[in-house]
Structures are given as structure tokens and as C-alpha cells.
Design a protein around this ligand. Structure first.
Ligand SMILES: Cc1cc2nc3c(=O)[nH]c(=O)nc-3n(C[C@H](O)[C@H](O)[C@H](O)COP(=O)(O)OP(=O)(O)OC[C@H]3O[C@@H](n4cnc5c(N)ncnc54)[C@H](O)[C@@H]3O)c2cc1C
Length: 370
């Protein structure tokens, strides 16, 4: 039997951020992950500026250029037709999650976090878990960072997500050809989009959107791949749920809190979740340090993540302006003819603007006509 004051389940960005924050304050913690690292994680790998700032403040790390790819050649598309081609105005940054997550986890370990990899949590009780190798770990506080299919969320709420509202994404890594632009195609999926994100050695091509509105996602991906000259037979198609659109209003209870994907913290328009995972992981660690009893942790955590919930609430409203089919012709016209809106969207995607800045841009568009 092992005892740890803080047990963190999951060593992705959320878990690594919680561990790094605790370790920097000399609070003992243990991270457990069923995978061994480096491990793959299905993801477009878009890293926003907001996320890069969080990496700096939470991990005290400057982004390693070896794991970053930047592009300022970006096409916003609707059904394979270019609405806007933006060059040298907005920079989008991408990473491979295999390298990025390993880099963050290594930093948490270097700071002093304890770690146990390659063994999953099989059973959860109020103050202990049982691992798949039957080790029992007792904890005072549990931070659930175990992703979209979270067992910690299932323990608390009997299901990890609501299948009616959850998103789903399919992706391939295809060979990179010279001069490929970043592409975002709003016609490639319903209530979602298609993406082609060039990395250092490959290009990630995928489609994702609200699962219930895209029963034919595999067909959509095949069409999207064909438009990019990629034969689906030549690549491995992988899929995963994306917990957007329905974040958990109450992500935890007493001495157990949920972070990142386990709490549904993904932007429902851009699909960004890495930054929220880091921010919520660090918030959970701060809540542990601020609480006088373990059962206070969740109460304090809710205050710490209020800003994330406000962002997600705003994004949920905006997606009713961006995604409905009836709005598409207007949307295509606006994005095609005005630099202001397309640049505004890209600045949100780059993490330079918040959704709260968008109404100002719309007013500018209406009154200044550009
Ligand atoms: C197709 C797709 C594209 C995406 N594109 C982007 C993008 O471009 N940019 C962006 O910011 N976000 C993107 N996201 C979202 C992003 O990937 C997630 O929001 C982010 O990974 C959340 O981090 P996390 O630490 O919460 O969870 P994860 O990164 O999923 O980590 C969870 C960890 O928990 C471990 N685990 C699970 N169960 C157990 C268990 N029982 N015991 C122990 N360990 C366990 C797993 O092995 C894993 O390492 C995308 C997601 C998908 C599916």
C-alpha cells in the first residue's frame, strides 16, 4: 500500500501541469498513467499563444523550437473552395503531441513529481485507488486528468461524457508536400471543421464536429482526404471523442477534481483543449494548496476555473452564429469579403483574441464596412 497526499491520474498536459505546480511548491504528489511516455495522442496539435504563455508560467519553460512548427500561410475554406487566403498576417503554431506531452511530463519529473507509468487505475474509492497491477494507493486529494473517457468522472457521475453532445474527430498523418498551407474548412463537417495542419515531417489532416450531427464522419474524412490528394488506404485513420460543447459545470466533488478533457474543457469552435488542460491542471494544484481541509478542494477549484467556464460559455454562444447550415451563405460572404472577420477568427484560433473581443470586430465591420 502506498500513500500520497495528492494523486494525479493521467500524465497528459493537465496532469503534468498539476504535478509541476505542486512540485514547484514542494507539495508531494504522484502521477499515474496507464501509458508509457512518449505516447501518441490524437490531436491537430494547434498550440495557441495563450497555451504557450501557460507553458511558460506553469512549467517555467520556453517553447522548444525543435517541437514547434509555425506557419503564416493560412486558407479558410468552405467545401474545398477558398474563402480567404491570409499570408504573413497571423502565425499559427503546431506541435506533435508525442513530443510535446513527453517534454512537459519530463519537466514535472525534473521538478520533483513522483511518477508511475504503464499501469492504469482500475478502481476508484473515496480515498484510495487500485491499479491494474493491484497496487493500492491511498490519497488525500485526487486530481482526475485522465482524458475524455475519464474513469474518475465515471466514478463521480456514472458516465464520462454525454453521447448526445460530445464531439468526435478522425485524423491521419499524411506525407508533407512542399508549400502546403494551413487549411481550415468549415464545410468539411457539421458543427465542426476539417483541418490540414503541416508539421515538421508530416501533415495532420482531419475532420471533427458534434458527433450526433455527423453520423457519416468516415465518409467526410475520405472526401476531405481525396480533396488533398491523399488515398485513405495509404494512411492509418484514427478517431477519438472530443469533449466540446458541454463542459461539466460541477467538475468534481469534495476531495476529487476533474481537469482538462475529463472536465469537458475544450473550445467548441476551435477544438482547442491543450491550453485549458494546462490552465485547469495548475488551478487544481493551487486549490489543493489553498484548501484547509481536503474536502474544501473542489469548492476552491470551482473559483479558480471560473475564467475557463466563462470562456467556454461565450464560445458556446458564438458557435450558434458560426455553425448552423442556414447561416453558411452569409458566413461565406462575410469571411470572403472582409479581412476584419477572417483575421478576427484566426486571432481567436491563434489565442491572441478572446471571444469577448468579437462583438467589437462585428461592429467595426458593420460601421466601417472593412
Ligand atoms: C481529433 C482531435 C484533434 C484535436 N486537436 C486539438 C488541437 O489542435 N489543439 C488543441 O489545443 N487541442 C486539440 N484537441 C484536444 C486536446 O487533444 C485535448 O483537449 C487535450 O489532450 C486534453 O489534455 P488532458 O491532459 O486533459 O488529456 P489527455 O491528453 O487525453 O491525457 C489523458 C491521460 O490520461 C491517461 N489515462 C486515461 N485513463 C487512465 C487510467 N485509467 N489510468 C491511468 N491513466 C489513464 C491517458 O493515457 C493519457 O495519457 C484535439 C482532440 C482531438 C480528439
Amino acid at each position: 500500500m502506498i500513500h500520497t497526499p495528492v494523486l494525479i491520474v493521467g500524465a497528459g498536459p493537465a496532469g503534468a501541469a498539476a504535478a509541476a505546480t505542486l512540485a514547484r511548491a514542494d507539495v508531494e504528489c504522484l502521477i499515474v498513467d496507464k501509458a508509457t511516455f512518449p505516447r501518441d495522442k490524437l490531436c491537430g496539435g494547434l498550440v495557441t499563444e495563450r497555451c504557450m504563455k501557460l507553458v511558460r508560467t506553469v512549467f517555467n519553460l520556453d517553447f522548444d523550437p525543435a517541437i514547434l512548427n509555425s506557419s503564416s500561410d493560412i486558407k479558410l475554406m468552405m467545401n474545398d473552395t477558398v474563402m480567404t487566403h491570409v499570408v504573413d498576417q497571423t502565425v499559427l503554431n503546431f506541435t506533435m503531441r508525442r513530443d510535446f506531452d513527453h517534454w512537459l511530463l519530463q519537466k514535472a519529473i525534473d521538478l520533483g513529481a513522483n511518477i508511475r507509468l504503464g499501469v492504469g487505475v482500475a478502481k476508484i474509492e473515496k480515498t484510495q485507488v487500485v491499479l491494474s497491477d493491484e497496487t493500492v494507493i491511498q490519497f488525500d486529494t485526487l486530481i482526475g486528468c485522465d482524458g475524455v473517457n475519464s474513469g474518475v468522472a465515471r466514478h463521480l457521475f456514472s458516465q464520462s461524457f454525454d453521447p448526445k453532445t460530445i464531439g468526435f474527430g478522425l485524423e491521419v498523418e499524411a506525407p508533407l508536400r512542399d508549400g502546403q498551407s494551413v487549411e481550415i474548412d468549415f464545410g468539411a463537417a457539421n458543427w465542426g471543421y476539417g483541418w490540414a495542419f503541416p508539421k515538421k515531417k508530416s501533415i495532420t489532416i482531419g475532420v471533427g464536429g458534434v458527433h450526433a450531427k455527423n453520423p457519416n464522419m468516415k465518409v467526410r474524412l475520405k472526401e476531405y482526404l481525396a480533396a488533398h490528394g491523399v488515398d485513405p488506404k495509404d494512411c492509418k485513420i484514427k478517431g477519438q471523442y472530443i469533449p466540446f460543447g458541454d463542459y461539466r459545470r460541477m467538475p468534481g466533488r469534495d476531495n476529487i477534481v476533474l481537469c482538462g478533457d475529463a472536465a469537458g474543457m475544450v473550445d467548441p469552435i476551435t477544438g482547442e483543449g491543450i491550453g485549458y488542460a494546462i490552465q485547469s491542471g495548475a488551478s487544481a494544484a493551487r486549490a489543493v494548496m489553498k484548501s484547509s481541509t481536503c474536502d474544501d478542494t473542489f469548492k476552491i477549484y470551482r473559483r479558480e476555473i471560473a475564467e475557463i467556464h466563462d470562456d467556454l460559455k461565450r464560445a458556446n454562444l458564438w458557435r450558434h452564429v458560426i455553425f448552423p447550415r442556414a447561416i453558411r451563405p452569409l458566413f461565406t460572404k462575410f469571411f470572403g469579403e472582409t479581412g476584419t472577420l477572417s483575421r478576427g477568427y484566426l486571432d481567436v484560433m491563434a489565442g491572441r483574441l478572446n471571444y469577448s473581443d468579437l462583438p467589437k470586430l462585428l461592429l467595426k465591420r458593420i460601421f466601417m464596412r472593412r
